[in-house]
Design a protein around this ligand. Structure first.
Ligand code: GLU
Length: 466
């Protein structure tokens, strides 16, 4: 049973990479009958915003991955952290350091001049028999952890394998500032322990934090969780993902007409696979996903793949679901008596809900103009005569569904010695303004005889906009 968490810092919206980390955490928890927990890491008051928190929570609601516990906010947990800091000072695993900022800076300068890695030199670190400097007046001390000075800090990463860091790479880092506020790596370790997190799945940009967090775990005698550091998502050129490539607010995907299941399916495959399988329902993800199979190398964002998946999920969505999705784009066809027919037709040709809306409107709205290239190519000398005859055919026959229209149109084409495009393209142009619309039979069935005839007559009257 894995207890996992996703711990965003609300300095901005929820990014697609963050959502993938959350998805992996969610899947692993649910697969193992564990729990998925959300924690908002909002201690950086200068950079956090309530709007960002709202946007993050909204994104989680949209994709349907709720937290199994009350959402924790680090900003509300200061007293808890202080209690642990006091405890550590008391048991000697942390200590007060009165080194001033200037002293620290000159120490750093010296180390850099000697080509050494800047690190705290242990001036205030208590040791048996060591005499500490006398405490200066009016200096609020920072609290430093007493980190191991030698040996290795080792852990097995579920993605990257055996990780080894020389303990001396981690110095006695600050766990609480002069104003008493605890620092990042300290609170993450405390929270992960108190929230019972067994498996930490996060981006590999956090890998260098892990040895520090392990030092905190060890100092407090906490059990170290299992870590999985997942490689980044790059753009197709292997560079850092930019906004243009897709590094945008998850809710922006909603506004572009993506379905959440397409996004999740897309993300699960960015960094994990199960043979050649591309389509994963949530149930399949839950059965098959295992963080121990996450790819070791970075993955590449691929918009075509996302669009393909979105088209798949749109095509396979119920019409009532699609009607709801269309509402977000101010498109309602609930009152239309051919609603089912329209959606059946248009959902087969849409890569996004925005395209679905456009396809629908393209059929339901009488055209204002006619595509010049199409008119030039398909409107010939005899076209009006053919269309007038076809109008008569529509007037004299009763039809409801597209096969009814097909049954009267095919003999018409035959009897008049026409080729299919000689009839269909002028009708498409008359009905929708363009040549790319779906089958003429479908459009006529949706519009009905009166509206179809009206549009054809209108196109003739306007001479196809020429
Ligand atoms: N708050 C960190 C972030 O947003 C994540 C910390 C973690 O997962 O340990 O990148």
């Amino acid at each position: 049973m894995a207890i996992t968490r996703f711990a965003p810092s609300p300095t901005g919206y929820l990014h697609i990479g963050g959502l993938r980390t959350a998805l992996y955490s969610y899947l692993w928890a649910k697969k193992t009958n564990g729990e998925f927990k959300l924690r908002i890491e909002d201690t950086d008051l200068a950079r956090n915003s309530e709007d960002a928190v709202r946007a993050i929570l909204e994104a989680f609601e949209w994709v349907g991955m709720p937290s199994d516990c009350v959402i924790e906010y680090q900003s509300k947990r200061t007293d808890i952290y202080k209690k642990y800091i006091d405890l550590m000072i008391e048991n000697g695993t942390a200590y007060k350091c009165y080194m001033s900022k200037d002293e620290l800076q000159s120490l750093r300068d010296k180390q850099e001049a000697n080509k050494e890695t800047p690190r705290y030199d242990g001036t205030w670190r208590p040791e048996d028999g060591k005499v500490l400097p006398s405490v200066p007046e009016n200096v609020e001390p920072v609290i430093r952890i007493k980190a191991p000075v030698d040996g290795v800090i080792e852990f097995i990463d579920g993605v990257k394998g055996n990780m080894k860091f020389d303990a001396n790479q981690v110095d006695d880092f600050v766990i609480a500032r002069g104003n008493g506020m605890p620092t990042y790596n300290f609170v993450v370790a405390i929270d992960d322990h108190l929230m019972g997190i067994s498996d930490v799945i996060r981006g590999d940009d956090h890998l260098s934090n892990t040895p520090k967090q392990i030092v905190v775990y060890n100092a407090l005698g906490f059990t170290i969780p299992k870590f999985y550091h997942i490689p980044m998502i790059n753009n197709p050129q292997g560079k850092k993902l930019s906004k243009r490539d897709g590094a945008m607010d998850v809710m922006e995907y909603k506004n572009l007409g993506y379905l959440p299941e397409a996004i999740l399916n897309f993300l699960v495959r960015l960094g994990w696979s199960n043979g050649d399988q591309e389509i994963f329902s949530m149930d399949e993800m839950l059965t098959l996903f295992d963080p121990n199979n996450i790819n070791k190398s970075a993955s590449a964002y691929n918009t075509e793949k996302l669009n393909w998946l979105n088209a798949h999920y749109i095509k396979n969505s119920s019409n009532s679901r699609l009607s709801k999705e269309l509402e977000h784009f101010d498109c309602s066809i609930d009152g239309h008596d051919k609603k089912e027919m329209i959606l059946d037709l248009c959902k087969d040709r849409a890569n996004s809900i925005v395209e679905l809306k456009n396809n629908i409107e393209n059929i339901l709205t009488s055209p204002n103009e006619y595509e010049t290239a199409g008119v030039k190519k398909f409107i010939k000398e005899n076209t009006v005569t053919v269309l007038e005859k076809y109008i008569e055919l529509l007037q004299n026959n009763c039809f409801h569904i597209q096969s009814d229209i097909e049954n009267i149109t095919k003999p018409f084409i035959n009897d008049n010695n026409l080729k299919f495009p000689e009839l269909f393209q002028p009708i498409r142009i008359s009905l929708t303004g363009g040549t790319q619309a779906p089958s003429v039979y479908d459009i006529i069935a949706i519009l009905g005889a009166d509206e179809s005839i009206k549009r054809i007559q209108e196109a003739i009257k306007k001479d196809f906009g020429r």
